[in-house]
Design a protein around this ligand. Structure first.
Ligand SMILES: *[C@@H]1O[C@H](CO)[C@@H](O)[C@H](O)[C@H]1NC(C)=O
Ligand SMILES: *[C@@H]1O[C@H](CO)[C@@H](O)[C@H](O)[C@H]1NC(C)=O
Length: 103
């Protein structure tokens, strides 16, 4: 019984403890940038297995904007909005100096 349990553990560990994305494997809690726009992480859940999350969006200057957060950089406001499918996108709102007194 003990031997059986041990063998099973050794066999399943390498599969259960990594996330796989884009042909690479990542450890629990590890973060990576799949492209210049996002930061993702790996969450290992004992019950449901592994999943990847979008942690933050990246601005052009590589600043991190967490999901649902808005930061202001220079004249622009960056919001990392999450979509219904678990994806996220960066919304950029640039303040344009408009003289509203002339309208
Ligand atoms: C991964 O990121 C998500 C979303 O920000 C967070 O809720 C989760 O705790 C993170 N997982 C790990 C293992 O750090
Ligand atoms: C971001 O906000 C949306 C809408 O309010 C919500 O459904 C989602 O769970 C939030 N995501 C995070 C990571 O807080």
């Amino acid at each position: 019984m003990h031997v059986y349990a041990l063998v099973l553990l050794i066999l399943t560990l390498p599969f259960a403890q990594t996330c796989k994305a884009d042909g690479k494997t990542y450890k629990d809690g590890e973060e990576w940038e799949p492209n210049a726009q996002f930061v993702m992480n790996c969450t290992i859940d004992g019950k449901t297995g592994w999943h990847t999350n979008i942690v933050a969006c990246l601005t052009e200057t590589k600043k991190r904007v967490k999901v649902n957060e808005t930061i202001t950089e220079g004249e622009s406001e960056y919001t990392c909005a999450s979509g219904p499918t678990g994806g996220a996108y960066l919304k950029i709102k640039t303040k344009v100096a408009v003289d509203t007194t002339q309208g």
